[in-house]
Design a protein around this ligand. Structure first.
Ligand SMILES: Cc1ncc(COP(=O)(O)O)c(C=O)c1O
Length: 467
């Protein structure tokens, strides 16, 4: 008896084409869709609470239900999404996922699919080249920046601390992404293992303060072992002074990890090395292709200069894997990362980079830096806005001028009104405990018209708020 789990070629073609039509319709009018629309989203969400059906339904019926679920959301794929950290989601990467899932080969151990594993390794190598890493460096693809930072902390811990690592200390700033703290906890460190180093007026770690903190901790019998430099903070896009941080680290034997999840790929633009000098000398780097390379959510990267350190931190062996254990030097991704079975995520990186080449990525990233500068130049001319800093990368952070007492309420109301217009979607944050609005330009679909829409909306709504 034919099973519906094994549809014939014709049926599968029909299903594939229905999905392709659905996706094309979703993407066709992205620029006219609201930048966010969650009105009534709770009802749509509630409609999905149901028991698993005993009998199957048609794909058409299911896609009809999926449409509103997609629509009632922040439009993270659209050009108006300037909140948090955008990316967009290259459709050509989605095609790679389709192929990877459909052929369902196993890439976590080299022996199971040597050429596919080599594709992934090559794509990681390209990212290492973009960061100026030597050929001896290695890396893994993860599900995102949080997991990359987690593996970085474990790798540094294993490289620098004894088995009892309870006295280990990690140095960050208030601007470091919160996933670093979470990762430290998951890696077994108590909360007070995280030391917060002061930042300067541009929200960058102060190296002399790092040196003082490390010395003080050593004197008290702690074991400083890791400093995390942000290469593009989420709040304001600030880039820590990596070279000076490395000098302090060298003097005290610390591992330097660069969290470049948001900012790292800006190194690709012509002259981009000057945006983050010294990143190529860090012990490890987190990158997020689902941010700066515009890939769909679900792909991060950890690069490590010393392959042995990554291997030492992650390798385990087991009898049932003896048939696929390689010789030294031919380690599999499973030996270098926390994961065993997983998707073939290298293809979603490799395919678009091969298909389009690096040039359009460099151009897009250059454009994002220019657009952030444009938004900054426009907003600073308006006396209603106080700019926190010139953009160091593609984040513009600002607040409404006016009495401190209701600054937060007015800022939140401005954000609500701008977002309610539907053309752009912005988000807010806190810097030094104060309410701050921000624009982050990072989607490949965002161009000048949309950034000008954001500026116009901010100016008009700020004027009407103060009227
Ligand atoms: C600087 C930085 N680090 C780490 C992360 C976490 O990355 P992910 O959301 O991919 O886990 C982010 C996310 O925005 C980030 O901006």
């Amino acid at each position: 008896m034919a099973s519906p789990l094994e549809p014939g070629a014709e049926k599968l073609r029909e299903l594939t084409e229905a999905c392709a039509r659905f996706v094309l319709a979703q993407l066709a009018d992205l620029d006219r869709q609201p930048a966010a629309d969650v009105e009534g989203a709770a009802e749509v969400a509630a409609s999905f609470v149901e028991a698993a059906p005993e009998e199957g339904q048609t794909l058409e019926a299911l896609l009809r239900r999926l449409g509103p679920a997609i629509a009632k959301s922040y439009n993270t794929a659209g050009p108006g999404y300037l909140a948090f950290i955008p990316g967009g989601g290259l459709p050509t990467s989605a095609l790679a996922d389709f192929i990877a899932c459909a052929v369902n080969r196993y890439v976590a151990v080299v022996q199971a699919a040597p050429a596919l594993a080599r594709i992934e390794e090559t794509a990681v190598r390209w990212l290492a080249d973009l960061m100026g890493y030597p050929a001896s460096a290695t890396g893994i693809l993860t599900s995102g920046g949080s997991l990359s930072n987690f593996s970085a902390i474990v790798t540094a811990r294993e490289a620098k601390l004894p088995q009892d690592f309870s006295r280990g200390r990690i140095y960050v700033t208030d601007e470091t992404h919160h996933c670093v703290k979470k990762a430290a906890r998951l890696a077994g460190f108590p909360r007070d293992a995280i030391r917060v180093v002061p930042v300067d007026a541009r929200r960058r770690l102060v190296p002399s303060a790092l040196a003082d903190a490390v010395r003080g901790d050593r004197e008290r019998g702690f074991a400083p072992f890791l400093v995390v430099a942000s290469v593009g903070t989420t709040n304001t896009g600030a880039v820590d002074p990596i070279e000076e941080i490395r000098e302090v680290a060298r003097a005290h034997g610390l591992w330097v990890h660069a969290d470049a999840a948001y900012g790292g790929f800006f190194r690709m633009v012509p002259g981009g090395e000057r945006l983050m000098p010294g990143i190529d000398g860090c012990d490890s780097i987190t990158l997020d292709p689902h941010k700066g390379l515009f890939l769909p959510y679900g792909i991060g990267c950890l690069l490590v200069r010393d392959r042995k350190a990554l291997l030492h931190a992650h390798r385990e062996s087991a009898g049932y894997l003896q048939d696929v254990e390689g010789a030294a030097g031919t380690e599999s991704f499973a030996d270098l990362s926390p994961e065993l079975s997983r998707d073939f995520r290298g293809l979603r990186l490799w395919l678009p980079l091969q298909l389009h080449g690096l040039r359009p990525f460099r151009e897009q990233l250059r454009e994002k830096l220019d657009l952030a500068r444009l938004a900054y130049d426009e907003l600073r001319q308006d006396p209603r806005f106080e700019m926190l800093d010139e953009p160091q990368l593609s984040v513009v952070a600002f607040r409404l001028r006016g009495p401190a007492a209701d600054a937060e309420a007015r800022g939140a109301e401005l954000l609500r009104r701008v977002n309610a217009r539907g053309r752009v979607f912005l988000s807010s944050t806190r810097v030094d405990g104060r309410y701050v609005l921000r624009i982050c330009v990072l989607s490949f679909r965002t161009h000048e018209d949309r950034v000008r829409d954001a500026v116009t909306a901010l100016r008009e709504e700020a004027r009407s708020l103060s009227a």
